[in-house]
Design a protein around this ligand. Sequence first.
Ligand code: C5P
Length: 238
Amino acid sequence: MNNSLIIALDFPDKKKVEEFLPSFGNEKLFLKVGMELFYAEGPSIVTYLKEQGHDVFLDLKLHDIPNTVKGGMRNLARLGADLVNVHAAGGREMMEAALEGLEAGVGVGEKRPFCIAVTQLTSTSETQMSRDQLITVSLEESVCHYASVAQQAGLDGVVCSAHEAKMISERVGEGFLKVTPGIRLAGGGAGDQKRVATPKFARGEGASAIVVGRPITQAENPLESYLALKNEWEGVLL
Ligand code: C5P
């Protein structure tokens, strides 16, 4: 889990995934299945990727009443995903219920998937946060608060921007996972992301893993982009 580069498979269906993956040869990947792909293909997409030997982050960002999240997580745990997530905004009881569901879904003696919480989406700016959520503390304070609630609930970490990773480590300790999307190589287009960072910056700030979508999936040569990002993330000097 630690030091992973997670590729966001933001594709409309399995056909596109089957076109995308062969360029990576036998490389064992950590792949993120989000709502677009999951809603098109259902649980079988997770089984398919696991059968290919990859790790899977099922990024469905659950956010509902505790009982519903518990039931949802019980079923997601049965799929064999390695990492799942919830919105911290759902509250401590909801996050505790998520963990209970995961524990209930895995077989006896099996390890439950890691579970992390989304704090503030990396597409959210402070202006949007105060306008739409009526949260008037700073974005950093909101993210840190969500991180400590997630930790109190027993979660393994958070999804956050690389810009917040250091601050979160200071607040809740370095062992708490910080999975950071919004990653771009220097000079890369941000798209709809507001709080972007380079892999090197993320590493320096103590991120545990980075999530990269379009810079790899939309690249002319996905393997080349993947390796460039991975080398920078791992601090490999070329
Ligand atoms: O294409 P890009 O690299 O911006 O993709 C980032 C991925 O990370 C997307 O799949 C997005 O849903 C996800 N993500 C995010 N911000 C969060 C949580 C997840 O960008 N806070």
